[in-house]
Write a new protein. Structure first.
Lengths: 288, 195
């Protein structure tokens, strides 16, 4: 299996462990990642608040680069915000008509054209549909039985494009978690919004959403995530959330490929568990 | 919520002849078929903090109540979770309509909506300069643009935690992406300022 790889800006900075663990986990399963050369920012959640056309053109530039690479590999994207932006551009170009014309009019300025021949895939899509729980199960080297894991999907890998999961009741992480020997923690906050950039621009409101999710996870041994924004919101503000709710809301939060990687026998150094902001000692003892 | 400033300042690259009602037309088109059922309001995770509910806001948009719309904080509270878009029985692009209002606010009322607009603007400026976002530089300019001397200190503990884990790059990105996106930004500005 071979994919074009678009890490996105966060994975070069605050979410480095997501990048490292994604590469290590997929590498251990024999999956080839081809780095997209000269990729640029997808526009994140900022572009849609500023300009409709920029929201399409910035990600489209990366699609055009992937097409120009010639192999028409699917583009694997670990960040949900990047995924949505790239996917939106892919759909815009596929639809054809005015949107495609506008996108290509902009891209012509940098000598590129987008034809819509490559598919954009979220990491979770690839893990659940191309790899799957059965394959993973056959490769487990360290059973993580006894752990109860809360799968947190967030928003933008599920909505608005219902590509690989049920956006109201997502389940794709469950077979992957069970493959490690762990149990799936039953909860209903897996597709709730973490507040995204509210934690920066409107912290008083963002913290309510974060606290709600952490409360729902009480009793789980860890929350696993598939988006740098969700991960940051759930791991970095636990003290503040505990304060406003008047109860201890500390929780272990890690990226899905970190968790799955440990089960494959990767070390905590291999998946850079040291970079996480909220991994409890009890979890480290049990899992790493 | 009351705003004392009535700015009509224009963003770079946007002509000064823009009329709010005209700019609002795109958003109006998107939600023309709204039946006021309230599914969007009932689905919204941020509704608890809004002044107008999303349903009420769409009614105001359809009626062209520009003053009411742009003295509301409702659209700035949309965190783009797309639950309303998913559930709208009329299949309207509800989240995109919220983004449309954010775009109008960024163009015509940047002072009223300073925190949100400053966040998006400084982010996009970092992208424009470097091709990729430098998170540290972006936060620095974001704090600077908020003109609130206390604000950076509220984020200092987290900054230190990131710094101690080597997650914050000191110094600007040296990837050679500099200026790579400039022609794209310039072209988009040109296309969006001529309706």
């Amino acid at each position: 299996m071979r994919y074009s790889y678009y890490p996105g800006c966060s994975l070069e900075g605050t979410a480095r462990e997501y990048d490292v663990s994604t590469r290590a986990f997929l590498g251990a399963l024999g999956v080839d990642l081809v780095d997209l050369p000269d990729w640029t920012c997808c526009g994140a959640t900022a572009a849609p608040a500023v300009s409709r056309l920029l929201t399409l053109a910035l990600p489209a530039r990366n699609l055009a680069l992937a097409e120009a690479a010639g192999e028409d590999l699917d583009i694997l994207v670990p960040c949900s915000a990047c995924y949505l932006n790239l996917k939106r551009a892919e759909e815009g170009v596929r639809e054809g008509g005015e949107t495609r014309r506008e996108i290509n009019e902009v891209l012509a300025e940098v000598g590129l054209t987008c034809r819509g021949t490559v598919r954009v895939r979220h990491l979770l899509d690839v893990l659940s549909r191309d790899l799957g729980g059965d394959l993973l199960k056959s490769r487990i080297r360290r059973s993580l039985s006894g752990l109860r894991i809360a799968p947190y999907y967030g928003c933008q890998c599920l909505r608005p494009y219902a590509e690989f999961d049920d956006p109201e009741d997502p389940r794709t992480m469950e077979p992957l978690i069970r493959a490690t020997g762990a149990e799936v923690f039953p909860w209903n906050a897996g597709a709730h919004c973490c507040g995204a950039s509210h934690m920066t621009t409107k912290p008083g409101i963002g913290i309510e959403l974060v606290a709600g999710i952490l409360e729902a996870a009480a009793g789980a041994d860890a929350i696993v995530t598939v988006c740098p924004m969700c991960q940051m919101n759930l791991e970095a503000y636990q003290e503040k959330a505990s304060k406003i709710r008047g109860r201890d809301l500390k929780a272990t939060v890690l990226y899905l490929p970190q968790f799955l990687g440990l089960a494959l026998g990767l070390s905590k150094e291999d998946v850079r568990l040291d970079l996480n902001l909220a991994v409890g000692e009890a979890f480290k003892v049990k899992a790493a | 919520m009351k705003h004392t400033t009535h700015d009509r300042s224009t963003a770079s690259g946007v002509g000064s002849g823009l009329n709010t009602a005209e700019v609002l037309d795109d958003v109006k088109q998107m939600i023309q078929a709204c039946i006021q059922c309230g599914t969007c309001s009932g689905s919204c995770p941020n509704e608890f903090a809004m002044d107008y509910t999303p349903r009420m806001l769409w009614r105001l948009v359809l009626r062209g109540e520009v003053e009411d719309i742009f003295s509301s904080r409702t659209f700035t509270l949309c965190s783009s979770c797309y639950t309303c878009t998913l559930r709208c029985p009329r299949s309207l692009p509800v989240t995109d309509a919220m983004a449309g209002l954010k775009q109008v606010a960024a163009r015509l009322y940047p002072e009223r909506y300073r925190p949100s607009v400053a966040f998006s603007r400084t982010f996009m400026e970092s992208v424009r300069r470097h091709g990729r976002v430098d998170e540290m530089e972006f936060m620095f300019f974001y704090f600077a643009s908020r003109r609130n001397p206390i604000l950076p200190f509220q984020f200092a503990p987290m900054g230190m935690r990131l710094l101690s884990r080597g997650k914050v790059k000191l110094g600007l990105p040296g990837r050679g992406g500099k200026g790579m996106l400039e022609p794209i930004f310039r072209k988009v500005e040109a296309m969006e300022s001529t309706p």
